[in-house]
Each structure stands twice: as structure tokens, then as C-alpha cells.
Write a protein that binds this ligand. Structure first.
Ligand SMILES: *[C@@H]1O[C@H](CO)[C@@H](O)[C@H](O)[C@H]1NC(C)=O
Ligand SMILES: *[C@@H]1O[C@H](CO)[C@@H](O)[C@H](O)[C@H]1NC(C)=O
Ligand SMILES: *[C@@H]1O[C@H](CO)[C@@H](O)[C@H](O)[C@H]1NC(C)=O
Ligand SMILES: *[C@@H]1O[C@H](CO)[C@@H](O)[C@H](O)[C@H]1NC(C)=O
Ligand SMILES: *[C@@H]1O[C@H](CO)[C@@H](O)[C@H](O)[C@H]1NC(C)=O
Ligand SMILES: *[C@@H]1O[C@H](CO)[C@@H](O)[C@H](O)[C@H]1NC(C)=O
Ligand SMILES: *[C@@H]1O[C@H](CO)[C@@H](O)[C@H](O)[C@H]1NC(C)=O
Ligand SMILES: *[C@@H]1O[C@H](CO)[C@@H](O)[C@H](O)[C@H]1NC(C)=O
Ligand SMILES: *[C@@H]1O[C@H](CO)[C@@H](O)[C@H](O)[C@H]1NC(C)=O
Ligand SMILES: *[C@@H]1O[C@H](CO)[C@@H](O)[C@H](O)[C@H]1NC(C)=O
Length: 269
């Protein structure tokens, strides 16, 4: 009978069925732990994934070196660059760019003590995008000298809690007055801002809107499209594609040939 072909314990169909069942069960029970650990996480309304990793919330190997960020108590994503803290407003994973603004605001209510410091993009991970200018902030202007210069006085910033002897002045780097300001104000700090042609916005607005940085890190798209999660092995210092089965070199689709591809280093002769 045909029935016996299908349902006797040792029929090919039964064996196939049982084998499939066990393979599935095995696969489910040992999904690669790194794949699981590197699930994208959110911070506020930002989705965080490679090359970033959230310090204290995600494994370091889920990100690329130099891309540690944190999620503050206000659900804002914070990136620290040298001595400044920046709020990440937007991340564009396709263009490898992010919009930042200085975490220290700048308005009537903010104190004008020198909180914003010169930006320094150490290393080659981040680059300022092209549509950008700078804003010079001078925190130590001599109020008396400033009073006598009506042009400079126009650039004075109102700050709370400022003592009468010292004033703060802010102006764009392309301002012709920049040359004359240093004798009254000493050294300033430069904060990058995006400025669009013909636009007239306040200093506070400019700082709030911030600026765009482009980043350089391993490209995640191939791994991502193959269903993997990108990461980095800090021991071998290599990009990894964490897949449900195991870590791969670039993509979950690549076979073992690519996994074992390596640079041979000849020691001695
Ligand atoms: C974050 O991911 C969720 C789910 O994929 C999506 O609905 C949401 O729009 C994303 N948010 C941002 C800011 O991209
Ligand atoms: C931050 O966002 C998470 C998830 O949306 C939410 O559960 C939490 O209450 C938020 N925390 C604050 C301080 O807004
Ligand atoms: C990223 O690229 C897309 C398409 O090229 C573009 O529409 C978008 O404005 C870009 N975003 C940024 C932040 O440059
Ligand atoms: C400014 O500060 C005062 C007193 O500290 C506070 O009452 C007020 O709400 C603040 N305004 C803004 C816009 O933050
Ligand atoms: C401003 O300077 C004058 C003279 O230099 C000094 O007497 C005064 O205490 C100073 N004011 C403040 C608020 O520091
Ligand atoms: C900040 O950088 C500018 C040049 O971009 C420099 O003229 C200025 O002295 C620096 N300020 C400080 C406090 O280092
Ligand atoms: C720079 O600004 C101009 C107009 O202000 C805009 O057309 C262009 O797309 C911007 N470029 C980038 C890279 O954002
Ligand atoms: C910019 O706007 C301010 C007030 O918002 C105005 O006083 C000033 O004249 C404007 N400057 C230019 C160049 O349009
Ligand atoms: C990194 O690679 C080494 C050598 O292949 C391996 O032993 C280690 O478990 C890997 N670490 C991570 C976090 O993937
Ligand atoms: C190995 O990687 C290359 C690109 O890096 C890809 O074209 C090739 O198909 C991969 N080989 C296997 C066996 O997946």
C-alpha cells in the first residue's frame, strides 16, 4: 500500500521529518550569542546599531572602535568628542552621517561660562561635512572695552548670571570683525555649525541645530542585507558579521572559504 511508504517508522519521509525537526531544534537552541547580543537598541527615538554601541547597555564588540556612545537620563544619545559632549539628533546609517549639537545650550537662560570648548576630531573616524561654517565664541570679553565698540557690541550674547566686567561675544568665522575682537576678548573657541546661504538665524538657533559629521567605519550593508549583525573582534581587530549560526567574515552568505581568508605574515626568511 502507498500508506506504508509514508508512515512506517523507517520510511524516507519519516526520517526526513525527524531529521528536520532535530536540526531545527538544534539551530534554535544555539543561536550565536554574539548575534543575540548585538540586536539594535534604541535610546530615546534613535535606533542604535553598528558602528555605534551604547556603553553599559551593549557589548563593545557590537560596535566599531571609537564609536562608543551613551544614553543619558533624558533619553538623549550622547557622543563625547575630546572635551565636549554632543547630543546626537539624527543618525543616517546609509550616508554614514550624524547630526550633532552641543549638549551645552546657548540661550538667555544658559550661563556663559566657557562650557563649549574647541572641537577636536582626533583620529580619522569623524569628518566635518562640507556645508558648515564655524561660530566663534569669546567668553572673556572686557565689558568696558566692548562698550566703546558699537559694532562688536551687536554681537554680545545675553547670558544669565554674568558679572558686569566680563561679556560673551559670538560671531561667525567669516565675520570681518573677527580680527579686531581678540584684543578685547582674548582667545575664542570655535564651534562648528551648519549655515545655509542667505539665512539669518540666531546664534542660539545655530548651535541648537548643530552640524553634520561624516564617519568612516567598516561598511555594514553586506552583512546587514544577509541577515547578520555587524560587529568587531577586538582581539583580532577585525570586522565581523555575527550571524544566527556563527560569526562570519563579511556576510552570512559567505562560506568557509572567506572565513579562513587571512593575511599570511612571513616571519624571518
Ligand atoms: C527605529 O526602528 C523602528 C523599528 O524598526 C522604526 O519604526 C523607527 O522608525 C526607527 N526610528 C528611527 C528614528 O529611525
Ligand atoms: C526613555 O525611553 C524609554 C523607551 O522609550 C522609556 O521606557 C523611558 O521611560 C524613557 N525615559 C525617559 C527619562 O524619558
Ligand atoms: C542621505 O542620502 C539621501 C539620498 O542620497 C539624501 O536624501 C539624504 O538627504 C542624505 N542625508 C544626509 C544627512 O545627508
Ligand atoms: C529660565 O530659568 C528660569 C529660572 O531658573 C526658569 O524659571 C525658566 O523656566 C527658564 N526658562 C527656560 C526657557 O528654560
Ligand atoms: C569689576 O571690576 C571692578 C574693578 O576692576 C571691581 O571693583 C568689581 O568688583 C568687579 N565686579 C565684579 C562683579 O567682579
Ligand atoms: C580654538 O581654536 C582656534 C582656531 O580654530 C584658536 O584660534 C583658539 O585659540 C582655540 N582656543 C582655545 C581656547 O584653545
Ligand atoms: C549644502 O547646502 C546646499 C544649499 O544650502 C544644498 O543644496 C546641498 O545639498 C548641501 N550639501 C550637503 C552635503 O548637505
Ligand atoms: C537678521 O534678523 C535680525 C532679527 O531677527 C535683524 O535685526 C537683522 O537685520 C537681520 N539681518 C539680516 C542681514 O537680514
Ligand atoms: C575574536 O577572535 C578570537 C580568535 O578567532 C576568538 O577566540 C574570540 O572568541 C573572538 N572574540 C569575539 C568577541 O568575537
Ligand atoms: C567571498 O567574498 C567575495 C567578496 O568579498 C564574494 O564575492 C564571494 O562570493 C565570497 N565567497 C563565498 C564562497 O561566499
Amino acid at each position: 500500500m502507498n500508506h506504508s511508504f509514508f508512515f512506517t517508522p523507517f520510511s524516507p519521509v519519516a526520517i526526513l521529518f525527524i531529521a528536520t525537526f532535530f536540526l531545527r531544534a538544534k539551530k534554535a537552541s544555539c543561536t550565536d550569542p554574539q548575534f543575540l547580543a548585538c540586536e539594535p537598541k534604541s535610546c530615546g527615538d534613535q535606533n542604535i546599531s553598528f558602528p555605534f554601541h551604547i556603553q553599559n547597555a551593549q557589548e563593545e564588540y557590537c560596535g566599531y572602535p571609537g564609536f562608543a556612545i551613551s544614553c543619558n537620563e533624558k533619553n538623549k544619545t550622547v557622543l563625547s568628542l575630546s572635551n565636549n559632549e554632543y547630543i546626537i539628533q539624527e543618525i543616517d546609517y546609509q550616508n554614514h552621517s550624524l547630526r550633532l549639537s552641543n549638549a551645552v545650550g546657548f540661550g538667555k537662560n544658559t550661563s556663559c561660562s566657557p562650557q563649549i570648548q574647541n572641537i577636536s576630531l582626533n583620529g580619522d573616524r569623524f569628518r566635518l561635512s562640507t556645508n558648515r561654517t564655524g561660530l566663534f565664541l569669546f567668553y572673556n570679553c572686557n565689558s568696558k572695552l566692548l562698550e566703546s565698540d558699537s559694532k562688536l557690541l551687536n554681537h554680545k550674547v545675553d547670558c544669565s548670571g554674568e558679572n558686569g566686567n566680563v561679556s560673551t561675544v559670538a560671531m561667525r568665522v567669516d565675520n570681518p570683525l573677527l580680527g579686531s575682537v581678540s584684543e578685547k576678548c582674548g582667545a575664542g573657541v570655535m564651534a562648528p555649525v551648519d549655515v545655509y546661504r542667505g539665512e539669518n538665524v540666531s546664534i542660539g538657533k545655530m548651535l541648537e541645530r548643530g552640524f553634520v559629521l561624516n564617519w568612516v567605519a567598516s561598511d555594514c550593508s553586506e552583512c546587514d542585507e544577509s541577515g547578520g549583525r555587524c560587529g568587531f573582534n577586538y582581539t583580532t581587530y577585525q570586522f565581523k558579521c555575527f550571524c544566527p549560526d556563527r560569526p562570519h567574515a563579511r556576510s552570512c552568505k559567505s562560506g568557509s572559504t572567506n572565513r579562513t581568508r587571512r593575511r599570511w605574515i612571513v616571519v624571518g626568511k
